[in-house]
Design a protein around this ligand. Sequence first.
Ligand SMILES: *Cc1c(COP(=O)(O)O)cnc(C)c1O
Length: 526
Amino acid sequence: MSFPARHVPGPPHGTGRTPVPAPERHHLAQLLDRHSAEDYRDLTCAAADRVARRIATVERPFTGATAEDLRAKVGKVDLAEPLRDPAAALDELERVYFDDAVYFHHPRYMGHLNCPVVLPALLGETVLSAVNSSLDTWDQSAGATLIEQRLIDWTAQRIGFGETTDGVFTSGGSQSNLQALLMARNEAHERMRANGGVRLAEVLSRMRVLTSEAGHFSVAKSAALLGMGYESVITVACDERRRMHPDALAAELRRCRAEGTVPIAVVATAGTTDFGSIDPLPAIADTCSRHRVWMHVDAAYGCGLLVSRHRHLLSGVERADSVTVDFHKSFFQPVSSSAIVVRDGAVLRHATYHADYLNSRTDGSTPRLSPNQVDKSLQTTRRFDALKLWLTLRVMGSDGVGALFDDVLDLAAQGWVLLDEDPRFTVVTRPTLSTLVFRCALPGTDPGLADAANRYAREALIASGCAVVARTTADGRPHLKLTLLNPRATRNDIAEILDHIAAHADDYAARHSAPGGRDGAAKRTR
Ligand SMILES: *Cc1c(COP(=O)(O)O)cnc(C)c1O
Protein backbone atom coordinates (compact mmCIF):
# COMPACT_ATOMS: atom_id res chain seq x y z
CA MET A 1 0.00 0.00 0.00
CA SER A 2 1.27 3.45 -0.73
CA PHE A 3 -0.18 6.85 -0.06
CA PRO A 4 0.99 9.41 -2.60
CA ALA A 5 0.07 13.01 -1.99
CA ARG A 6 -3.23 12.66 -3.75
CA HIS A 7 -6.01 14.58 -5.31
CA VAL A 8 -8.05 16.40 -2.76
CA PRO A 9 -11.77 16.96 -2.92
CA GLY A 10 -13.18 20.38 -2.22
CA PRO A 11 -13.87 21.47 1.31
CA PRO A 12 -16.51 19.34 3.01
CA HIS A 13 -18.79 22.26 3.67
CA GLY A 14 -19.14 25.10 1.22
CA THR A 15 -17.27 28.28 1.94
CA GLY A 16 -18.76 30.04 -1.01
CA ARG A 17 -15.30 30.34 -2.50
CA THR A 18 -13.61 28.25 -5.15
CA PRO A 19 -12.38 24.83 -4.02
CA VAL A 20 -9.05 24.89 -2.29
CA PRO A 21 -6.35 23.75 -4.73
CA ALA A 22 -4.45 20.57 -4.00
CA PRO A 23 -1.22 21.26 -2.16
CA GLU A 24 1.69 20.46 -4.41
CA ARG A 25 4.47 20.39 -1.95
CA HIS A 26 5.04 17.26 0.03
CA HIS A 27 5.58 18.91 3.39
CA LEU A 28 2.28 20.78 3.29
CA ALA A 29 0.48 17.61 2.34
CA GLN A 30 1.57 16.13 5.66
CA LEU A 31 -0.43 18.62 7.70
CA LEU A 32 -3.75 17.42 8.98
CA ASP A 33 -6.17 19.92 7.56
CA ARG A 34 -9.05 20.04 5.12
CA HIS A 35 -6.77 19.04 2.25
CA SER A 36 -5.61 15.89 3.93
CA ALA A 37 -8.68 14.78 5.86
CA GLU A 38 -9.17 11.76 3.56
CA ASP A 39 -5.50 10.84 3.80
CA TYR A 40 -5.79 11.04 7.56
CA ARG A 41 -8.63 8.56 7.50
CA ASP A 42 -6.71 6.16 5.25
CA LEU A 43 -3.50 6.45 7.24
CA THR A 44 -5.21 5.91 10.56
CA CYS A 45 -6.85 2.80 9.13
CA ALA A 46 -3.52 1.60 7.73
CA ALA A 47 -1.84 2.00 11.11
CA ALA A 48 -4.74 0.34 12.91
CA ASP A 49 -4.58 -2.46 10.38
CA ARG A 50 -0.92 -3.15 11.21
CA VAL A 51 -1.66 -3.11 14.92
CA ALA A 52 -4.69 -5.35 14.50
CA ARG A 53 -2.67 -7.90 12.57
CA ARG A 54 0.01 -7.94 15.24
CA ILE A 55 -2.43 -8.21 18.09
CA ALA A 56 -4.24 -11.02 16.34
CA THR A 57 -1.14 -13.05 15.60
CA VAL A 58 1.50 -12.34 18.25
CA GLU A 59 2.38 -15.64 19.88
CA ARG A 60 4.43 -14.48 22.82
CA PRO A 61 4.60 -11.33 24.90
CA PHE A 62 8.20 -10.64 23.89
CA THR A 63 10.78 -12.17 21.58
CA GLY A 64 13.54 -11.94 24.15
CA ALA A 65 15.56 -9.64 21.87
CA THR A 66 18.47 -7.94 23.62
CA ALA A 67 19.21 -4.23 23.63
CA GLU A 68 22.22 -5.04 21.44
CA ASP A 69 20.02 -6.71 18.82
CA LEU A 70 17.60 -3.84 18.71
CA ARG A 71 20.21 -1.09 18.90
CA ALA A 72 21.60 -2.37 15.63
CA LYS A 73 18.18 -2.30 13.96
CA VAL A 74 17.27 1.15 15.23
CA GLY A 75 20.75 2.50 14.57
CA LYS A 76 20.67 1.43 10.94
CA VAL A 77 17.79 3.75 10.11
CA ASP A 78 19.11 6.81 8.28
CA LEU A 79 17.17 9.78 9.62
CA ALA A 80 18.66 11.99 6.91
CA GLU A 81 16.94 9.90 4.23
CA PRO A 82 13.16 10.18 4.63
CA LEU A 83 11.14 7.45 2.94
CA ARG A 84 8.43 9.88 1.75
CA ASP A 85 5.88 7.12 1.91
CA PRO A 86 3.85 6.22 5.00
CA ALA A 87 3.51 2.58 3.95
CA ALA A 88 7.28 2.26 3.60
CA ALA A 89 7.75 3.92 6.99
CA LEU A 90 5.32 1.45 8.52
CA ASP A 91 7.12 -1.44 6.82
CA GLU A 92 10.33 -0.23 8.36
CA LEU A 93 8.62 0.12 11.71
CA GLU A 94 7.56 -3.51 11.55
CA ARG A 95 11.24 -4.42 11.69
CA VAL A 96 12.54 -1.84 14.12
CA TYR A 97 9.62 -1.90 16.57
CA PHE A 98 6.62 -4.17 16.05
CA ASP A 99 8.66 -7.37 15.64
CA ASP A 100 10.22 -7.09 19.09
CA ALA A 101 7.78 -4.94 21.03
CA VAL A 102 6.54 -6.03 24.44
CA TYR A 103 2.86 -6.90 24.09
CA PHE A 104 0.85 -6.24 27.23
CA HIS A 105 -2.32 -7.72 25.76
CA HIS A 106 -0.70 -11.14 25.70
CA PRO A 107 -1.96 -13.33 28.57
CA ARG A 108 1.60 -14.34 29.43
CA TYR A 109 2.74 -10.81 30.00
CA MET A 110 2.86 -10.66 33.81
CA GLY A 111 5.70 -8.18 34.26
CA HIS A 112 4.84 -4.74 35.50
CA LEU A 113 1.66 -2.80 36.15
CA ASN A 114 0.86 -2.50 32.45
CA CYS A 115 -2.66 -3.36 31.46
CA PRO A 116 -4.24 -4.48 28.23
CA VAL A 117 -6.26 -1.50 27.01
CA VAL A 118 -9.98 -1.24 26.28
CA LEU A 119 -11.32 -0.33 22.85
CA PRO A 120 -13.35 2.76 23.82
CA ALA A 121 -10.18 4.29 25.27
CA LEU A 122 -8.45 3.75 21.93
CA LEU A 123 -11.29 5.58 20.21
CA GLY A 124 -10.54 8.41 22.58
CA GLU A 125 -6.83 8.22 21.81
CA THR A 126 -7.51 8.57 18.10
CA VAL A 127 -9.71 11.58 18.62
CA LEU A 128 -7.61 13.38 21.19
CA SER A 129 -4.33 13.21 19.31
CA ALA A 130 -5.84 14.46 16.07
CA VAL A 131 -7.92 17.31 17.49
CA ASN A 132 -5.01 17.95 19.86
CA SER A 133 -6.82 20.07 22.44
CA SER A 134 -4.55 21.30 25.17
CA LEU A 135 -5.99 21.32 28.64
CA ASP A 136 -4.03 24.24 30.05
CA THR A 137 -6.48 26.99 29.27
CA TRP A 138 -10.09 27.32 28.30
CA ASP A 139 -9.14 29.02 25.06
CA GLN A 140 -7.19 25.90 23.99
CA SER A 141 -9.67 23.31 25.09
CA ALA A 142 -13.23 24.56 25.53
CA GLY A 143 -15.48 21.54 26.20
CA ALA A 144 -12.48 19.29 26.84
CA THR A 145 -11.89 21.17 30.10
CA LEU A 146 -15.47 20.55 31.16
CA ILE A 147 -15.21 16.85 30.33
CA GLU A 148 -12.05 16.59 32.43
CA GLN A 149 -13.75 18.40 35.30
CA ARG A 150 -16.75 16.06 35.14
CA LEU A 151 -14.42 13.07 35.40
CA ILE A 152 -12.55 14.57 38.35
CA ASP A 153 -15.93 15.07 40.04
CA TRP A 154 -16.93 11.52 39.15
CA THR A 155 -13.72 10.12 40.62
CA ALA A 156 -14.06 12.29 43.72
CA GLN A 157 -17.59 11.03 44.22
CA ARG A 158 -16.37 7.44 44.03
CA ILE A 159 -13.73 8.32 46.59
CA GLY A 160 -16.37 9.86 48.82
CA PHE A 161 -15.15 13.46 48.79
CA GLY A 162 -17.72 16.23 49.27
CA GLU A 163 -18.65 19.49 47.58
CA THR A 164 -15.30 21.26 47.92
CA THR A 165 -13.34 18.60 46.04
CA ASP A 166 -11.26 19.23 42.93
CA GLY A 167 -8.31 17.80 41.07
CA VAL A 168 -6.62 17.50 37.72
CA PHE A 169 -5.41 14.85 35.32
CA THR A 170 -1.66 14.21 35.36
CA SER A 171 0.92 12.27 33.39
CA GLY A 172 1.06 9.45 35.95
CA GLY A 173 1.21 8.40 39.56
CA SER A 174 4.68 9.83 40.05
CA GLN A 175 3.54 13.28 39.04
CA SER A 176 0.38 12.97 41.10
CA ASN A 177 2.44 12.07 44.16
CA LEU A 178 4.80 14.98 43.51
CA GLN A 179 1.91 17.40 43.35
CA ALA A 180 0.34 15.96 46.50
CA LEU A 181 3.56 16.48 48.42
CA LEU A 182 3.98 20.00 47.01
CA MET A 183 0.55 20.88 48.39
CA ALA A 184 1.22 19.16 51.71
CA ARG A 185 4.57 20.91 52.07
CA ASN A 186 3.14 24.35 51.34
CA GLU A 187 0.15 23.85 53.60
CA ALA A 188 2.47 22.85 56.43
CA HIS A 189 4.63 25.88 55.74
CA GLU A 190 1.63 28.21 55.77
CA ARG A 191 0.65 26.87 59.16
CA MET A 192 4.17 27.42 60.45
CA ARG A 193 4.20 30.93 59.04
CA ALA A 194 0.97 31.69 60.81
CA ASN A 195 2.81 30.76 63.98
CA GLY A 196 5.57 33.28 63.28
CA GLY A 197 7.01 34.12 59.85
CA VAL A 198 9.52 31.42 58.90
CA ARG A 199 10.76 31.22 55.34
CA LEU A 200 10.23 27.97 53.46
CA ALA A 201 13.94 27.59 52.77
CA GLU A 202 14.65 27.69 56.48
CA VAL A 203 12.40 24.79 57.36
CA LEU A 204 12.83 22.43 54.41
CA SER A 205 15.48 20.36 56.13
CA ARG A 206 13.24 19.86 59.18
CA MET A 207 10.30 18.57 57.16
CA ARG A 208 9.48 14.86 57.15
CA VAL A 209 7.38 12.60 54.93
CA LEU A 210 6.25 9.23 56.25
CA THR A 211 5.47 6.23 54.10
CA SER A 212 5.71 2.49 54.54
CA GLU A 213 8.67 0.38 53.53
CA ALA A 214 6.51 -0.91 50.67
CA GLY A 215 5.62 2.62 49.48
CA HIS A 216 6.50 3.81 45.98
CA PHE A 217 9.91 5.30 45.23
CA SER A 218 8.32 8.38 43.68
CA VAL A 219 7.55 9.53 47.22
CA ALA A 220 11.27 9.79 48.00
CA LYS A 221 12.03 11.33 44.62
CA SER A 222 9.31 13.92 45.14
CA ALA A 223 10.61 14.80 48.58
CA ALA A 224 14.04 15.36 47.06
CA LEU A 225 12.62 17.45 44.20
CA LEU A 226 10.71 19.56 46.69
CA GLY A 227 13.94 20.48 48.46
CA MET A 228 13.37 18.33 51.54
CA GLY A 229 16.01 15.78 50.57
CA TYR A 230 15.85 12.00 50.39
CA GLU A 231 16.70 11.99 54.09
CA SER A 232 13.33 13.57 54.86
CA VAL A 233 11.52 10.30 54.16
CA ILE A 234 10.82 8.15 57.18
CA THR A 235 10.16 4.54 56.34
CA VAL A 236 7.45 3.09 58.54
CA ALA A 237 7.52 -0.63 59.30
CA CYS A 238 4.95 -3.01 57.82
CA ASP A 239 3.15 -6.05 59.18
CA GLU A 240 3.67 -9.46 57.58
CA ARG A 241 1.05 -8.68 54.91
CA ARG A 242 3.17 -5.66 53.92
CA ARG A 243 0.73 -3.06 55.27
CA MET A 244 1.89 -0.02 57.17
CA HIS A 245 1.83 -0.66 60.90
CA PRO A 246 -0.38 2.06 62.45
CA ASP A 247 1.39 1.77 65.81
CA ALA A 248 4.76 2.18 64.12
CA LEU A 249 3.38 5.24 62.33
CA ALA A 250 2.18 6.79 65.58
CA ALA A 251 5.55 6.08 67.18
CA GLU A 252 7.42 7.75 64.31
CA LEU A 253 5.16 10.81 64.48
CA ARG A 254 5.82 11.10 68.22
CA ARG A 255 9.51 10.80 67.55
CA CYS A 256 9.30 13.68 65.04
CA ARG A 257 7.63 15.87 67.65
CA ALA A 258 10.27 14.97 70.20
CA GLU A 259 13.08 15.75 67.75
CA GLY A 260 11.52 19.00 66.62
CA THR A 261 11.07 17.88 63.02
CA VAL A 262 7.88 18.67 61.13
CA PRO A 263 5.90 15.80 59.60
CA ILE A 264 4.22 17.34 56.55
CA ALA A 265 2.53 14.24 55.12
CA VAL A 266 1.80 10.60 55.63
CA VAL A 267 1.63 8.71 52.36
CA ALA A 268 -0.54 5.64 52.70
CA THR A 269 -0.45 3.21 49.81
CA ALA A 270 -3.63 1.59 48.51
CA GLY A 271 -2.05 -1.13 46.43
CA THR A 272 1.71 -1.33 46.92
CA THR A 273 3.55 -1.91 43.67
CA ASP A 274 5.15 -5.16 44.76
CA PHE A 275 2.60 -6.74 47.05
CA GLY A 276 -0.68 -5.04 46.19
CA SER A 277 -1.14 -4.52 49.89
CA ILE A 278 -3.41 -1.78 51.19
CA ASP A 279 -2.37 0.20 54.24
CA PRO A 280 -5.01 0.39 57.01
CA LEU A 281 -6.58 3.63 55.83
CA PRO A 282 -9.05 4.24 58.72
CA ALA A 283 -6.36 3.79 61.37
CA ILE A 284 -3.93 5.98 59.44
CA ALA A 285 -6.63 8.63 59.01
CA ASP A 286 -7.21 8.61 62.78
CA THR A 287 -3.50 9.04 63.43
CA CYS A 288 -3.16 11.80 60.84
CA SER A 289 -6.05 13.79 62.26
CA ARG A 290 -4.73 13.36 65.80
CA HIS A 291 -1.34 14.68 64.70
CA ARG A 292 -2.83 17.17 62.23
CA VAL A 293 -0.77 15.81 59.36
CA TRP A 294 -1.74 15.72 55.70
CA MET A 295 -2.88 12.28 54.59
CA HIS A 296 -2.14 11.32 51.02
CA VAL A 297 -3.36 8.02 49.62
CA ASP A 298 -1.32 6.65 46.74
CA ALA A 299 -3.96 4.55 44.98
CA ALA A 300 -2.07 4.46 41.68
CA TYR A 301 -2.57 0.72 41.53
CA GLY A 302 -5.57 0.16 43.80
CA CYS A 303 -7.84 2.81 42.24
CA GLY A 304 -9.60 0.11 40.21
CA LEU A 305 -11.30 -0.84 43.46
CA LEU A 306 -13.34 2.35 43.12
CA VAL A 307 -15.43 0.56 40.47
CA SER A 308 -15.03 -3.00 41.72
CA ARG A 309 -17.19 -5.20 43.89
CA HIS A 310 -14.32 -5.01 46.38
CA ARG A 311 -14.78 -1.25 46.89
CA HIS A 312 -14.84 -1.79 50.67
CA LEU A 313 -11.08 -2.46 50.59
CA LEU A 314 -10.64 1.29 50.05
CA SER A 315 -12.72 2.29 53.08
CA GLY A 316 -11.15 5.28 54.72
CA VAL A 317 -9.84 6.77 51.46
CA GLU A 318 -12.57 9.41 51.78
CA ARG A 319 -10.72 10.79 54.81
CA ALA A 320 -7.57 11.56 52.81
CA ASP A 321 -6.52 15.08 51.90
CA SER A 322 -5.33 13.92 48.48
CA VAL A 323 -5.52 10.75 46.39
CA THR A 324 -3.44 9.54 43.44
CA VAL A 325 -5.28 7.43 40.86
CA ASP A 326 -3.67 5.82 37.81
CA PHE A 327 -6.33 5.03 35.27
CA HIS A 328 -3.55 3.59 33.11
CA LYS A 329 -3.11 0.78 35.59
CA SER A 330 -6.37 -0.64 36.89
CA PHE A 331 -8.86 1.12 34.61
CA PHE A 332 -7.38 -0.48 31.47
CA GLN A 333 -6.51 2.87 29.90
CA PRO A 334 -3.58 3.52 27.57
CA VAL A 335 -0.66 5.49 29.00
CA SER A 336 -0.99 8.21 30.06
CA SER A 337 -4.08 8.65 32.19
CA SER A 338 -3.81 9.59 35.84
CA ALA A 339 -5.16 12.14 38.26
CA ILE A 340 -4.61 13.83 41.58
CA VAL A 341 -7.84 14.44 43.48
CA VAL A 342 -8.04 16.58 46.62
CA ARG A 343 -10.66 16.89 49.32
CA ASP A 344 -10.41 20.69 49.44
CA GLY A 345 -9.94 22.21 46.00
CA ALA A 346 -8.44 25.38 47.47
CA VAL A 347 -5.11 23.60 48.04
CA LEU A 348 -4.58 23.39 44.31
CA ARG A 349 -3.59 27.07 44.50
CA HIS A 350 -0.11 25.82 45.40
CA ALA A 351 0.25 24.88 41.75
CA THR A 352 -1.00 28.25 40.47
CA TYR A 353 1.16 30.75 38.66
CA HIS A 354 -0.20 33.64 36.67
CA ALA A 355 1.50 34.24 33.34
CA ASP A 356 0.45 37.34 31.45
CA TYR A 357 0.19 35.57 28.12
CA LEU A 358 -1.75 32.57 29.42
CA ASN A 359 -3.85 32.94 32.51
CA SER A 360 -3.28 36.47 33.66
CA ARG A 361 -4.76 37.49 36.98
CA THR A 362 -6.30 40.54 35.39
CA ASP A 363 -7.98 39.36 32.22
CA GLY A 364 -11.29 40.28 33.79
CA SER A 365 -13.04 36.93 33.44
CA THR A 366 -13.97 34.87 36.45
CA PRO A 367 -12.64 31.32 36.80
CA ARG A 368 -16.18 30.13 36.28
CA LEU A 369 -16.40 31.80 32.88
CA SER A 370 -12.88 30.96 31.87
CA PRO A 371 -11.78 27.80 33.66
CA ASN A 372 -8.05 27.36 33.19
CA GLN A 373 -6.85 23.96 34.35
CA VAL A 374 -3.24 25.17 34.20
CA ASP A 375 -4.01 26.92 37.48
CA LYS A 376 -4.22 23.47 39.08
CA SER A 377 -1.49 21.60 37.24
CA LEU A 378 2.28 21.20 37.25
CA GLN A 379 2.14 20.84 33.48
CA THR A 380 1.33 23.57 30.99
CA THR A 381 0.51 22.07 27.60
CA ARG A 382 -1.39 18.93 28.53
CA ARG A 383 -3.04 16.07 26.67
CA PHE A 384 -6.79 15.52 26.77
CA ASP A 385 -6.26 12.12 28.38
CA ALA A 386 -9.59 12.40 30.16
CA LEU A 387 -11.33 11.68 26.86
CA LYS A 388 -10.23 8.06 26.99
CA LEU A 389 -11.86 7.49 30.36
CA TRP A 390 -14.92 9.45 29.24
CA LEU A 391 -15.53 7.19 26.24
CA THR A 392 -14.76 4.13 28.35
CA LEU A 393 -17.44 5.07 30.86
CA ARG A 394 -19.88 6.06 28.12
CA VAL A 395 -19.45 2.73 26.34
CA MET A 396 -18.80 0.22 29.13
CA GLY A 397 -20.01 1.94 32.26
CA SER A 398 -18.06 1.82 35.49
CA ASP A 399 -19.30 -1.70 36.27
CA GLY A 400 -17.76 -2.96 33.05
CA VAL A 401 -14.35 -1.61 34.01
CA GLY A 402 -14.76 -2.90 37.55
CA ALA A 403 -15.63 -6.38 36.26
CA LEU A 404 -12.32 -6.51 34.38
CA PHE A 405 -10.41 -5.65 37.54
CA ASP A 406 -12.45 -8.12 39.58
CA ASP A 407 -11.49 -10.86 37.12
CA VAL A 408 -7.78 -10.25 37.70
CA LEU A 409 -8.29 -10.20 41.45
CA ASP A 410 -9.98 -13.60 41.18
CA LEU A 411 -7.12 -14.88 39.05
CA ALA A 412 -4.57 -13.70 41.63
CA ALA A 413 -6.42 -15.61 44.33
CA GLN A 414 -6.16 -18.77 42.21
CA GLY A 415 -2.48 -18.10 41.58
CA TRP A 416 -1.91 -17.79 45.31
CA VAL A 417 -3.42 -21.23 45.91
CA LEU A 418 -1.19 -22.72 43.19
CA LEU A 419 1.94 -21.22 44.72
CA ASP A 420 1.02 -21.86 48.31
CA GLU A 421 0.33 -25.54 47.69
CA ASP A 422 3.43 -26.12 45.58
CA PRO A 423 6.53 -27.20 47.55
CA ARG A 424 8.78 -25.89 44.77
CA PHE A 425 7.97 -22.32 45.79
CA THR A 426 7.74 -20.03 48.76
CA VAL A 427 5.31 -17.15 48.36
CA VAL A 428 5.59 -13.96 50.37
CA THR A 429 2.01 -13.01 51.09
CA ARG A 430 -1.57 -13.67 50.09
CA PRO A 431 -2.53 -10.99 47.54
CA THR A 432 -5.05 -8.27 48.26
CA LEU A 433 -4.89 -7.09 44.66
CA SER A 434 -3.19 -8.93 41.79
CA THR A 435 0.53 -9.46 42.36
CA LEU A 436 2.26 -12.61 43.54
CA VAL A 437 5.80 -12.40 44.92
CA PHE A 438 7.54 -15.73 45.31
CA ARG A 439 10.77 -17.62 44.81
CA CYS A 440 11.92 -21.09 43.98
CA ALA A 441 12.65 -22.74 47.30
CA LEU A 442 15.42 -25.10 46.09
CA PRO A 443 15.73 -26.82 49.46
CA GLY A 444 19.20 -27.99 50.32
CA THR A 445 20.81 -25.51 47.94
CA ASP A 446 23.40 -23.01 49.14
CA PRO A 447 21.56 -19.65 49.69
CA GLY A 448 23.82 -17.75 47.29
CA LEU A 449 23.29 -20.34 44.59
CA ALA A 450 19.54 -20.37 45.22
CA ASP A 451 19.46 -16.57 44.78
CA ALA A 452 21.40 -16.83 41.54
CA ALA A 453 19.11 -19.64 40.32
CA ASN A 454 16.05 -17.47 40.95
CA ARG A 455 17.57 -14.57 39.04
CA TYR A 456 18.56 -16.86 36.23
CA ALA A 457 15.10 -18.41 36.04
CA ARG A 458 13.54 -15.07 35.22
CA GLU A 459 16.14 -14.17 32.61
CA ALA A 460 15.89 -17.54 30.93
CA LEU A 461 12.10 -17.37 30.92
CA ILE A 462 12.08 -13.97 29.24
CA ALA A 463 14.83 -14.90 26.79
CA SER A 464 12.81 -17.96 25.75
CA GLY A 465 9.89 -15.70 24.84
CA CYS A 466 7.54 -17.87 26.86
CA ALA A 467 6.42 -15.20 29.31
CA VAL A 468 7.42 -11.95 30.95
CA VAL A 469 7.55 -11.80 34.73
CA ALA A 470 9.14 -9.22 37.01
CA ARG A 471 11.66 -9.42 39.82
CA THR A 472 11.93 -7.69 43.13
CA THR A 473 13.59 -8.04 46.49
CA ALA A 474 11.71 -9.19 49.57
CA ASP A 475 13.25 -9.81 52.98
CA GLY A 476 16.64 -9.07 51.47
CA ARG A 477 16.49 -11.81 48.86
CA PRO A 478 15.70 -11.83 45.14
CA HIS A 479 12.15 -12.83 44.31
CA LEU A 480 10.05 -13.21 41.21
CA LYS A 481 6.81 -11.35 40.72
CA LEU A 482 3.71 -11.97 38.66
CA THR A 483 1.70 -8.81 38.09
CA LEU A 484 -1.71 -9.90 36.89
CA LEU A 485 -3.68 -7.29 34.98
CA ASN A 486 -4.97 -9.34 32.09
CA PRO A 487 -8.48 -10.72 32.60
CA ARG A 488 -7.87 -13.16 29.74
CA ALA A 489 -4.97 -14.87 31.52
CA THR A 490 -5.89 -18.15 33.16
CA ARG A 491 -4.88 -20.32 36.05
CA ASN A 492 -3.38 -22.62 33.46
CA ASP A 493 -1.14 -19.82 32.14
CA ILE A 494 0.16 -19.30 35.65
CA ALA A 495 0.68 -23.04 36.22
CA GLU A 496 2.66 -23.43 33.01
CA ILE A 497 4.80 -20.37 33.68
CA LEU A 498 5.58 -21.71 37.15
CA ASP A 499 6.65 -25.03 35.64
CA HIS A 500 9.05 -23.24 33.31
CA ILE A 501 10.45 -21.12 36.13
CA ALA A 502 11.02 -24.15 38.34
CA ALA A 503 12.71 -26.00 35.49
CA HIS A 504 15.07 -23.10 34.74
CA ALA A 505 15.97 -22.67 38.41
CA ASP A 506 16.54 -26.41 38.90
CA ASP A 507 18.62 -26.55 35.77
CA TYR A 508 20.81 -23.68 36.92
CA ALA A 509 21.23 -25.08 40.42
CA ALA A 510 22.15 -28.50 39.00
CA ARG A 511 24.75 -27.02 36.67
CA HIS A 512 26.33 -24.89 39.38
CA SER A 513 26.24 -27.04 42.50
CA ALA A 514 29.49 -28.49 43.75
CA PRO A 515 29.99 -32.14 42.70
CA GLY A 516 28.38 -34.43 45.25
CA GLY A 517 26.31 -31.50 46.47
CA ARG A 518 22.59 -31.05 46.30
CA ASP A 519 21.23 -34.43 45.26
CA GLY A 520 17.79 -33.21 44.35
CA ALA A 521 19.29 -30.98 41.68
CA ALA A 522 18.58 -33.32 38.83
CA LYS A 523 14.91 -33.39 39.70
CA ARG A 524 12.96 -31.41 37.17
CA THR A 525 9.40 -30.23 37.30
CA ARG A 526 6.60 -32.30 38.63
C1 LIG B 1 2.95 2.79 39.41
C2 LIG B 1 2.93 3.43 40.73
C3 LIG B 1 3.28 4.78 40.88
C4 LIG B 1 3.86 5.58 39.75
O1 LIG B 1 2.94 5.79 38.75
P1 LIG B 1 3.42 6.16 37.27
O2 LIG B 1 2.14 6.29 36.55
O3 LIG B 1 4.27 5.01 36.81
O4 LIG B 1 4.19 7.42 37.35
C5 LIG B 1 3.13 5.35 42.12
N1 LIG B 1 2.68 4.64 43.17
C6 LIG B 1 2.36 3.33 43.07
C7 LIG B 1 1.89 2.60 44.28
C8 LIG B 1 2.48 2.69 41.84
O5 LIG B 1 2.18 1.39 41.73
